[in-house]
Design a protein around this ligand. Structure first.
Ligand SMILES: NC(=O)c1ccc[n+]([C@@H]2O[C@H](COP(=O)([O-])OP(=O)(O)OC[C@H]3O[C@@H](n4cnc5c(N)ncnc54)[C@H](OP(=O)(O)O)[C@@H]3O)[C@@H](O)[C@H]2O)c1
Length: 130
């Protein structure tokens, strides 16, 4: 079984930095880098000094949690580290932002992270580590 780190938001900003330095946080056979922009994830994969698997996923899609869960089960991995750094922020008064956009922000930055956490929690408790 492979020991992996999962980093969401790995195509830029804080997530990208966590992904580039993942070996400082433990020993992993592979880093799963999650975001929408496949080109950025492939670039990361080509430049990192350890194996990086690009996982192209839109977390605003309600089906993404099931896709992630299926990928974890299919690949038989133990998740040793989860960094949820995906998301975006609107720097405006809440009433000036369309409700759908606010709800999407909550989904991408909170609900989907919580779902990822649940899936990883199951993997960690099976392995008694992480
Ligand atoms: N930087 C700060 O000082 C700071 C402070 C407080 C809070 N935050 C919050 O922390 C989070 C990350 O900040 P950052 O500065 O690193 O931002 P960033 O550079 O804009 O990076 C955001 C990451 O989230 C991914 N992402 C956004 N929407 C997504 C979606 N629908 N599905 C999958 N991935 C998605 C982006 O990838 P793709 O576009 O490729 O999908 C990107 O990799 C944000 O929520 C931000 O509001 C940041």
């Amino acid at each position: 079984m492979k020991r992996i780190a999962v980093i969401t938001g790995a195509s830029s900003g804080m997530g990208r930095r966590f992904a580039e330095t993942a070996n400082e946080f433990g020993q992993f056979d592979e880093i799963w880098a999650v975001a929408r922009r496949e080109d950025k994830l492939k670039e990361l994969s080509a430049s990192a000094p350890f194996p990086v698997k690009p996982v192209t996923m839109d977390l605003s899609d309600p089906a993404s949690a099931a896709k992630y869960e299926a990928l974890l089960k299919k690949t038989d991995v133990e998740v040793g580290l989860l960094v949820n750094a995906s998301g975006f922020g609107k720097f405006q008064a809440v009433m000036d932002v369309p409700a759908e956009e606010n709800l999407n922000m909550i989904d991408v930055t909170c609900s989907r992270h919580f779902r990822f956490r649940l899936e990883v929690g199951a993997s960690c408790s099976t392995a008694s580590s992480g």
